[in-house]
Structure formats: structure tokens, C-alpha cells
Design a protein around this ligand. Structure first.
Ligand SMILES: Nc1nc2c(c(=O)[nH]1)N[C@H]1C(S)=C(S)[C@@H](COP(=O)(O)OP(=O)(O)OC[C@H]3O[C@@H](n4cnc5c(N)ncnc54)[C@H](O)[C@@H]3O)O[C@H]1N2
Ligand code: MOO
Length: 410
């Protein structure tokens, strides 16, 4: 059986990033992956402007022995933000100016209002400013044509503001991966349906669909299939034809009704592994399908049915695969941090064990508290409101309260 690290390497090696591009508006670019580098075609700021409410002057106009010698200048115009000055400053003149307003020709320095005394159309400069003070110089933040945003980054709110500033209104982004979801199991029903004896609600569909969307991909729902080889094979075939990645849950263990692996073999898939030394999530199938007409293999993840095992398998393997598939260049792998364990933890050993719980930042370090109650892969109730998985590796199956441990943010 592969270790988690070995299985992870196998998965990542098989993922080929998408290359198809599309253009979207700035608001629609949130969370999308930039397809090509963006460079602005104008300087930022586009012209010299004031960083303060005050007076625009020429520094050379001020003379005198000390910094505090008052100087008198003639106020010849007022420039609010958003208006181009209608004349230049001559020697001995000042312009009343406001934050963000454009400097007039002849001005190179701003004196803030608090350092002046205004009388009629004259202004006394009470403290001599540094030449160039409070001027936001044209191009001092960004020069037209220089590198701005690199291809392969995930666009966040600040990036959208930067794109807007350089007026990049058609944002080149990569197509989002399409992820097909297939639930298997005779016992599954939708949450709206009353439960008949022996039935359970298909909760995996909800958590996986949300995780797929949260990862920036498009979830495609396929019908829930009963435990019959023909039905499982047919639906997986349809899903493979429609998606970049197919995720099924259930039917990957050793039971008489577990047909997923057989279906994959029938459909000509290459099975890379069928189990991983981890808990929860040991029965986990990873396969790839090469289709003549496709540019890249379709990836198949057969996650275990247990309602905690399925998302744990997603967080550990599918999410990084999705990030790489989406074209993300950095931060593809799981997000590990070191945290102080707030309770003692122990695993049976032999399998890398994942404990669900809550990660907090407190007084300079992370701390991890496991979710209360029994941690078994069939019980998803105490998975609610968790945000991290504590990791008990095979060579460190016990961690005492107060010790440092590895935690994966989810
Ligand atoms: N003899 C053995 N039995 C089992 C083994 C084993 O090694 N030997 N492994 C156990 C482990 S660990 C897991 S995990 C499960 C995985 O089994 P399957 O992937 O085949 O899943 P199912 O048998 O179909 O279902 C398991 C469990 O999960 C419930 N389930 C299934 N689908 C959903 C869904 N969409 N939403 C919510 N819950 C779901 C299902 O009712 C079962 O209770 O196998 C163990 N057995
Ligand atoms: O691995 Mo199963 O996933 O322990 O419940």
C-alpha cells in the first residue's frame, strides 16, 4: 500500500494544467487563474497629484535663513480633485489644492494646510517643506509596460483593484476545471426525501460539490447510482466524457457491492492505486483515462463512501490536483502549519491519521483543538465548523498536549 506522500506524488505527476483561455470582466475574475501576464499601458499615478489638502507651490520660491521663516505667496487658483488646472503657476504664486488633485505646471511641492495661514488671496507658509513634499509623482507607483501580474496566479480582491487601476477590463483567465460528481450506493436518498428503513442521506454530494466550487472549479452533478456494475459503468462513462476530473464516492472497498474499480477497468482506465495508508480514507482509487480526442487525460478519484473519509480524501489529494489542473503555479499542495496541540492525540499507528478540529491563532502561535466526540469516519456531525486536520504521521503516532504538531488547513 502506498504512503500518503507516495500517492500524492503519483496524483500530482498525472495532472496537466488546462490551457484554454477566456476573457471575463473584472468582477467575474475573482478567484480565477490569470492566463497570461498583465502589463498596464499607462503610468500610475497618471499625473503628478497632491497627497494632502493644502497649497501647491514651487519649492524654489521659498527662501530665507530658517525653515520657520514665514513666506508669503499669492493664491491664484483652486484645484479640486478630478479637474485639470487651467493655468500654470508663476513665481511667487500658490494654488489652493486638495488631496488627489492634479498639480499645475510650475508647482513641484505641496504645503499641507496645517502649515499655512491664509489671509484673503495670500497664503503665509509657516514651515518650509522639503522640495517635492506630498507630491505623488506620475509613474512613481507603476510605470507603463513594466511587469504587473504574472500568469498562473489566483486573482483576489486586491488584484481586481489593481486590474481596475490599469484599466484591464477584459481579464484573460483560464477555463475553470469541470468536475463531475457521482454518488454510488443503493441506500442513498436526497435530503428532501423521507428515509425508509436502511436508507441514508447522500451527504457526500453536498460537501464535495461545495468543496469543488470553493476550489474555483465547476461542479457537474450526475445521478446517484445503485450498486450494479452496469449502472456504475454507464454513469462513470458519461461523467468521463463530460469532465476534466470525475469524483465518485462509495463502492471502492472490498464488499460484494463495491463496483467502482471493476467499472474503471471495463472502461479502459489506468488504475494507479486503490488504497493509501491513511485514516480515514484507506480505500481510495486513483485512475486516469486517455481519450483520443482529448488534450489531456481525464482524472478519476474514487473516494470512499464514509462521510468523513470522502472529504479527507478530497482535501489531501483532489484539491491539490484541482489547483494544478486549474493552472495555479504556486501553493498547489496542502497548506500545512505547525500548531500547539491543545489535547493529547493518538492513532493506532501503521496509517497516517487525520484528526479533524479547529485551528486558531493565539498569542503568537497556532493552536489545534480536535473536534469533541468520537472521531470515526462514519460520523460527520462533529466535522461541522472544523477548519483543519491534525496529522499523526506513522513515525509519530502519539502527540501530547502542549507539543507542536503538523496541521493542515482545510
Ligand atoms: N472488510 C472490509 N470492509 C471495509 C473496509 C476494509 O478494509 N475491509 N474498509 C472500510 C473503510 S476504511 C471504508 S472508508 C469503507 C469504504 O467503503 P466504500 O468506499 O466501498 O463505501 P461504501 O461501502 O459504499 O460506503 C461506506 C459507508 O459510507 C456511507 N456512504 C456511502 N456513500 C455515501 C454518501 N454519498 N453520503 C453519505 N454516506 C455515504 C455508506 O452508507 C456506508 O455506511 O469501507 C469499510 N469497509
Ligand atoms: O478509511 Mo475508512 O476511510 O477509515 O473510514
Amino acid at each position: 500500500m502506498l504512503t500518503v506522500a507516495q500517492a500524492f506524488d503519483r496524483v500530482i505527476r498525472e495532472v496537466h494544467p488546462l490551457r484554454d483561455q477566456e476573457q471575463v470582466s473584472i468582477p467575474a475574475a475573482l478567484g480565477r487563474i490569470l492566463a497570461s501576464a498583465v502589463r498596464g499601458s499607462a503610468d500610475v499615478p497618471a499625473w503628478d497629484n497632491s497627497a494632502m489638502d493644502g497649497y501647491a507651490i514651487a519649492a524654489a520660491d521659498l527662501h530665507g535663513e530658517s525653515d520657520t521663516t514665514p513666506q508669503l505667496l499669492q493664491v491664484v487658483m483652486e484645484i479640486p480633485a478630478g479637474v485639470a488646472p487651467d493655468r500654470s503657476l508663476a513665481s511667487g504664486q500658490a494654488a489652493r489644492i486638495f488631496t488627489g488633485a492634479m498639480l499645475p505646471q510650475g508647482a513641484d511641492t505641496i504645503v499641507m494646510q496645517e502649515d499655512t495661514q491664509r489671509t484673503g488671496n495670500q497664503v503665509q507658509i509657516l514651515r518650509r517643506p522639503q522640495p517635492g513634499a506630498f507630491v505623488r509623482r506620475r509613474g512613481s507607483y507603476y510605470q507603463a509596460g513594466s511587469p504587473l501580474l504574472e500568469a498562473g496566479i489566483k486573482l483576489g480582491p486586491a488584484d481586481l483593484a489593481v486590474l481596475a487601476t490599469v484599466q484591464c477590463c477584459d481579464v484573460p483567465v483560464l477555463r475553470q476545471p469541470r468536475v463531475a460528481l457521482v454518488s454510488t450506493g443503493n441506500e442513498l436518498v436526497a435530503p428532501e426525501q423521507p428515509l425508509q428503513p436502511g436508507q441514508i442521506v447522500d451527504s457526500n454530494r453536498y460537501i464535495l460539490s461545495a468543496l469543488v466550487q470553493e476550489s474555483g472549479a465547476i461542479a457537474q452533478h450526475f445521478q446517484t447510482v445503485g450498486d450494479q456494475l452496469s449502472e456504475v459503468t454507464e454513469t462513470i462513462a458519461e461523467a468521463l466524457a463530460a469532465a476534466d476530473i470525475v469524483i465518485s464516492t462509495g463502492g471502492v472497498s472490498v464488499g460484494d457491492y463495491d463496483y467502482v474499480d471493476q467499472a474503471l477497468q471495463r472502461l479502459g482506465g489506468k488504475l494507479h492505486f486503490q488504497s493509501v495508508a491513511m485514516k480515514p480514507g484507506k480505500p481510495l482509487t486513483f485512475a486516469t483515462f486517455e481519450f483520443d480526442q482529448a488534450q489531456r487525460p481525464v482524472l478519476f478519484f474514487g473516494l470512499p463512501g464514509n462521510p468523513v473519509s470522502a472529504p479527507v480524501g478530497f482535501w489531501r489529494f483532489v484539491q491539490p490536483a484541482l489547483r494544478k489542473c486549474a493552472g495555479l503555479k504556486q501553493g498547489v499542495g496542502p497548506d500545512f502549519v505547525q500548531a500547539i496541540a491543545l489535547e493529547s492525540l493518538a492513532s493506532g499507528g501503521g496509517r497516517e491519521t487525520y484528526v479533524w478540529g479547529h485551528l486558531d491563532w493565539d498569542r503568537g502561535h497556532y493552536q489545534f483543538r480536535p473536534a469533541p466526540g468520537h472521531q470515526i469516519s462514519g460520523n460527520l456531525i462533529n466535522l461541522a465548523q472544523t477548519n483543519a486536520l491534525g496529522v499523526l504521521s506513522c513515525d509519530r503516532p502519539q502527540i501530547r498536549a502542549g507539543e507542536s504538531m503538523t496541521v493542515m488547513r482545510i
